[in-house]
Design a protein around this ligand. Structure first.
Ligand code: ZN
Length: 151
């Protein structure tokens, strides 16, 4: 039997139940529009922060598509990092908190991989760029010396 979390009280109920056995809230009640978030959902999301728009599609959190807009997108990335997990919890159907966290962990893992890759490439290019620049300066000096010697 598939279980879902009551969007009002957060307790586990049968997916087919129209009324929560704990708080007696109808599954179709207005309360579901502003549901409580169970423990273990809130928190910073590296996945949402890093992948923003892609994460938003994967987690059915359409407000995250705002991150594709320039400038607004930068702010949206941070908002997604903070609120993303809560939104994803509400917007998509999850088997359990455990399932939710398993999926979000994957997003965060690849987010981490992406961040580390980008930072490593930046450092690597700095290490390549500095000697290249020094070579260029040295060559320019040499050329100038050569030109002076010809005079
Ligand atoms: Zn309930």
């Amino acid at each position: 039997m598939a279980m879902v979390f009551c969007r009002n009280c957060g307790k586990e109920i049968k997916k087919t139940a129209n009324i929560c056995t704990y708080c007696k809230t109808s599954w179709f009640s207005k309360k579901h529009e502003n549901p409580a978030i169970p423990d273990g959902i809130k928190g910073w999301s590296w996945g949402a922060f890093t992948f923003n728009g892609i994460w938003a599609i994967g987690n059915r959190t359409w407000v995250g598509l705002l991150s594709f807009i320039p400038i607004v997108g930068i702010i949206m990335c941070v908002i997604l990092g903070i609120k993303g997990r809560e939104w994803a919890w509400r917007n998509k159907e999850w088997e359990s908190i455990e399932h939710f966290n398993r999926v979000q962990k994957k997003w965060s893992f690849w987010g981490g991989v992406l961040i580390i890759t980008v930072i490593s490439l930046d450092i690597a290019s700095a290490f390549l760029a500095v000697p290249a620049y020094q070579d260029y300066v040295q060559q320019t000096k040499n050329n100038m010396n050569l030109n002076q010697n010809y005079k």
